[in-house]
Design a binder for this molecule. Structure first.
Ligand code: NAI
Ligand code: MG
Length: 361
């Protein structure tokens, strides 16, 4: 029996990105070791990020996106550090990769792990879990716009930041949401826009949503404006199952979801190219957290959970499920980092997850 080899491109990035990716790789190595030669990971490291930018003037190699194409998956930490403007670092690395590799579906589950202090006062909090599907290729992050239009002086500057919505872009993410809903218990898709105020792009989205929904008569639908949806996350989250929204709105709602479920540090995500033409990228929802970087206290669960999404994507479904269980066991045992009110370090959380993995076969 030959060993199945998975080639990973690893981009730790900046700040706590480096600290949590290291932990995620320890977990992956453990799983590979345990598999007795059934599968293995071969990791290539790419030192891209803000330090790289300060030395080389760009966030990654000139043909960086091209270099990533041959890998089975990309494992990403976070980008952004004081000294490099955030729009440079984000556009130069994360968005460059997501858009360059057409990873148009960003999957962000909101999960309520056991043993974590609840920030949400809800009678049935343990049963809550929903997934945000974020359009990841256009919308508000299309980069269409400009500054410094001619004839304007200091104090009179004008900036234009446009959103771009294409029928194709809306349709593929909405269909993705419906297909996913069919695999889940409740079979419900909630679409989030702001089409009362944004009368072009978001109205197009709404129209596509209604049209596509006709192909899924077995799936329940719901349509919300984003401001009301923010309240719904807090007031009636039991109504949510698959929530599909534009690039910006789902970005904001996913931070809200992760905070409600305990901390930004536990939210995982997958940037998928569902057609499989290009590798997909797995990363936590949080950023590089410069305020806690270098202290060894970052919560690695978001990034380890993203490794679980990667395992599932690579067809290692059992390993993914076992890892999810080991993460749940760890929080249930009260092994928590500071963001969750605990005292354990980044490394200790991983040690506990690995120990629990050995116990869940
Ligand atoms: P952030 O997510 O880095 O941090 C927000 C707050 O949550 C901070 O107080 C931080 O300490 C805490 N936090 C985040 N992750 C944590 C973890 N794993 N464990 C414990 N606490 C955690 O967002 P912020 O502060 O707005 O941005 C910092 C930098 O990260 C900026 O440069 C920003 O552009 C970048 N960023 C990058 C992202 C990416 O690479 N995907 C996503 C979001 C922000
Ligand atoms: Mg975000």
């Amino acid at each position: 029996n030959e060993t199945k080899k998975f080639r990973l491109a690893v981009i730790p990035g900046d700040g706590i990105g480096k600290e949590v990716v290291r932990e995620g790789l320890r977990v992956l190595d453990h799983l590979a070791e345990e598999s007795n030669g059934r599968f293995a990971f071969e990791s290539d490291f790419f030192p891209w990020g803000c330090e790289y930018y300060l030395e080389n003037g760009s966030m990654m190699d000139e043909n960086g996106v091209e270099k990533l194409k041959d890998y089975d998956a990309i494992y990403f930490g976070a980008v952004g550090f004081p000294g490099v403007p955030d729009h440079i670092s984000l556009w130069g690395l994360r968005i460059a990769i997501c858009q360059g590799l057409d990873q148009w579906a960003n999957i962000r589950p909101v999960e309520f792990l056991p043993g974590i202090p609840r920030r949400l006062n809800h009678p049935d909090v343990d049963s809550l879990n929903w997934v945000l599907i974020r359009e990841n290729s256009e919308g508000e992050y299309s980069g269409v716009g400009g500054r410094n239009f001619s004839g304007r002086g200091p104090g009179k500057e004008v900036a234009v930041q446009s959103s771009l919505f294409t029928e194709h872009g809306c349709e593929r993410i909405i269909r993705y949401a419906f297909d996913l809903a069919r695999t889940r218990k409740r079979k419900k898709v909630t679409s989030v826009t702001k089409s009362n105020a944004q009368q072009y792009g978001m109205v197009l989205w709404d129209e596509v949503f209604v049209r596509v929904s006709k192909d899924y008569p077995d799936v329940e639908t719901d349509q919300w404006l984003v401001d009301a949806m923010a309240a719904q996350f807090v007031l009636h989250p039991e109504e949510l199952e698959v929530v599909v929204a534009s690039n910006l709105f789902a970005d904001i709602l996913s931070d809200l979801g992760s905070a409600l479920s305990g901390s930004l540090g536990i939210a995982a995500s997958a940037n998928l190219n569902p057609e499989g033409r290009n590798p997909s990228m797995f990363e936590s929802v949080h950023g590089s957290a410069p305020d806690i970087a270098g202290k060894g206290i970052a919560n690695p669960i978001g990034t380890i959970g993203s490794a679980s999404l990667m395992l599932d994507h690579l067809g290692l479904t059992d390993e993914s499920k076992r890892l999810d269980t080991a993460i749940e066991d760890t929080t249930r045992q009260g092994v928590l980092t500071r963001d969750l009110g605990g005292t354990y370090s980044t490394v200790q959380i991983t040690d506990a997850i690995i120990k629990n993995l050995s116990e869940v076969k």
